[in-house]
Write a protein that binds this ligand. Structure first.
Ligand code: ZN
Ligand code: ZN
Length: 132
């Protein structure tokens, strides 16, 4: 089974994933823009049992639009978020920012969400599912 490793900028915090992601998505929401420091976020979800976490992390909890607690786990040394989970929804899954894998061959996203917040210059393939 395919194993991949996601890591923070300094390499202290790591997530090892087994198998293919359950879902890979692009999100243009303002919270993802702030979290990533980029124009949009790309994240892969894995079942909790397919993920092994190593290293020290701190938590940042953001309350989502629907009142969900989004718990971000970031490296205390370099600040990069390496995984997050949404409490009370999607409980069995861990989301990993795709950039943390630093792998240009990582599977492409199948869906693009929050396009109402999309920067006007961003173009994504038409075969993706698109949601406002
Ligand atoms: Zn780090
Ligand atoms: Zn988002």
């Amino acid at each position: 089974m395919k194993t991949r490793i996601a890591a923070c900028s300094c390499g202290q915090l790591k997530v090892r994933t087994r198998g293919e992601p359950v879902r890979v998505s692009v999100c243009h929401c303002l919270a993802c823009q702030r979290r990533t420091g980029s124009a949009f976020g790309v994240q892969a979800r894995f079942g909790r049992d397919a993920v092994e976490i190593g290293g020290e992390s701190r938590e940042y909890v953001r309350i989502g639009d629907e009142g969900n607690r989004v718990v971000h786990h970031f490296c205390p040394a370099c600040g990069a978020t390496v995984y997050y989970a949404v409490a009370g929804y999607d409980e069995g899954r861990i989301a990993v920012p795709v950039g943390a894998f630093a792998d240009p061959a990582f599977p492409a996203p199948s869906i693009s969400v929050y396009e109402v917040r999309k920067h006007s210059w961003v173009g994504l393939p038409a075969e993706l599912e698109h949601q406002d």
